[in-house]
Design a protein around this ligand. Structure first.
Ligand SMILES: Cc1cc2nc3c(=O)[nH]c(=O)nc-3n(C[C@H](O)[C@H](O)[C@H](O)COP(=O)(O)OP(=O)(O)OC[C@H]3O[C@@H](n4cnc5c(N)ncnc54)[C@H](O)[C@@H]3O)c2cc1C
Length: 439
């Protein structure tokens, strides 16, 4: 159900601008919802997979995303209800679980829940707006041409729209087209083993570790070059742990690579026994290499300027940032707002290139700050206990998560405030025939 307070915007363009969104992940769904709210016409959302399972495990959504989703008429209470209900999270010492800091959960990820459950809500919100989601529709080719870019599906079908939003994830096919070059993943030097399961009755009865299985809770154990995150959902019905560790191996960049539980048991041999037992009792896990991409010099196709990257395809985040999905929602709001602002002079369709170029300039700095915030946290956690005497008191501020400043931001308001000045810059660049790179 859309929220009772929902007020759709008046249409800024007549006829409305048309859009196709590629990728029905959280970023693509957010793009479709935002464009619809701003009264642009979303022709369809395409996804290559035939159906979505309950994929992934814990994912965070912050207030910065909620305030936009709510404005767009989404009932965010649905998300809040299925997220972790713990009021706080605890940061602990690796070897013995000693509490180093406590923080409200809202300081970190906002609401942590299962990615698949959150995704299901986003898909439902798209369907409620009668936006067609076409599954099994893999885009295999982009033609970056005026007046409308053309995409080709694996079936041979061709589609076009005034703007194409490529929310096609970390392994984006659109990205090399936009960049005009290959961009291989860069290893972050770390990988995660991750597991999500319903704990057995036996595990729940184990007094050594059942303190983390009785109710919703979130704990982190930090140690030299490693950390473990634990998240218990649905009052102990579901349990998730993620072990981040140094890695220079060459496992593929995949969400589905099986992990080696023997290696996990070796890595946790020095971990606080209360959580070690729960990890050791796990039957199977996934091995997820944390790859990133260097910041991109552009998010928009160079020919027509009408194919725009969004979400993980242009600003993937480390898990410690807890902002990958929230930043995708912000980007969706800014892109839709920029397309709106064009309505002012009645030349919307001709000027889409101004909107897309303003979008990337408005978003780049903010996503970099959010990405580096996650790198800073990982480095603080992995460094603080190195070569430190066991009895040394650690200042809680040194291990706390510092995400609160990210949440008060209103990405759409920021876009409207800065629109005029950024637009002047972009128009100057078009006149000079040179778009300056983002970095
Ligand atoms: C399977 C999976 C599991 C994940 N698990 C977690 C997790 O546990 N925790 C976490 O924090 N983050 C996880 N993420 C990442 C998180 O979902 C994203 O950071 C965030 O939601 C923003 O994602 P996005 O929509 O930009 O990209 P994604 O979520 O990657 O979605 C991209 C979508 O594009 C589709 N697609 C790709 N190429 C094409 C093509 N050529 N044609 C048509 N469709 C295409 C894909 O099928 C996919 O549905 C996961 C992502 C995936 C795909």
């Amino acid at each position: 159900m859309t929220s009772r307070l929902y007020k759709p915007l008046p249409s800024p363009h007549n006829p409305p601008l048309t859009a196709i969104v590629i990728g029905a992940g959280l970023g693509g769904c957010a793009a479709a919802i935002a464009l619809h709210h701003h009264r642009h016409q979303v022709l369809c959302v395409l996804d290559k997979v035939r159906e979505f399972g309950r994929l992934g495990d814990s994912l965070g959504l912050g207030e910065n995303a909620f305030k936009l989703l709510e404005r767009w008429g989404c009932d965010v209470e649905e998300i809040k209800r299925i997220g972790n209900q713990s009021p706080e999270m605890v940061i602990r010492r690796w070897q013995d679980g000693k509490v180093l800091a406590r923080q409200p959960l809202m300081d970190m990820a906002g609401y942590i829940g299962h990615r698949g459950d959150y995704h299901e809500c986003f898909l439902k919100w798209v369907r409620e707006r009668n936006i067609p989601i076409r599954m099994g529709s893999e885009v295999v080719k982009y033609e970056d041409v005026d007046p409308q870019p053309i995409i080709t599906l694996k079936s041979g079908e061709k589609l076009s729209a005034d703007i194409i939003v490529a929310a096609d994830g970390i392994k984006s096919l659109a990205r090399p087209l936009v960049l005009k070059q290959r961009d291989d993943p860069v290893s972050s030097g770390y990988a995660c083993f991750r597991a999500f399961f319903k704990p057995s009755a036996e595990l729940k009865a184990n007094p050594l570790c059942n303190m983390y299985l009785k109710q919703d809770c979130v704990n982190f154990w930090i140690g030299p070059d490693t950390h473990v995150v634990q998240n218990t959902l649905r009052n102990g019905e579901e349990f998730n742990w993620i072990l981040t560790h140094k890695d220079d191996g060459d496992i593929p960049e995949s969400w589905f690579q099986p992990g080696d539980m023997n290696e996990v048991r070796r890595l946790v041999s020095t971990l606080d026994p209360t959580i070690r037992e729960a990890v050791k009792a796990t039957e199977s896990c996934l091995d997820w290499k944390i790859c990133y991409r260097e910041p991109l010099p552009t998010w928009v196709s160079p020919g027509s300027h009408r194919i725009a990257l969004l979400g993980d395809s242009c600003h993937a985040h480390l898990p410690t940032s807890a902002q990958g999905a929230s930043q995708a929602v912000e980007s969706a709001g800014v892109l839709a707002t920029c397309m709106d602002m064009l309505g002012e002079d009645g030349k919307g369709k001709e000027n889409i290139k101004i909107a897309t170029r303003c979008y990337e300039k408005l978003r780049f700095g903010r996503t970099r700050q959010s990405q580096t915030n996650g790198e800073d946290l990982r480095d603080r956690w992995h460094g603080i206990l190195k070569d430190v005497d066991e009895h040394k008191e650690i200042d809680p501020e040194d291990v706390k998560i510092k995400n609160r400043w990210l949440y008060s931001f209103d990405a759409e308001e920021d876009a409207r405030t800065r629109w005029r000045s950024i637009r002047e810059v972009i128009e100057g660049e078009f006149q000079a025939g040179k778009i300056s790179p983002l970095c």
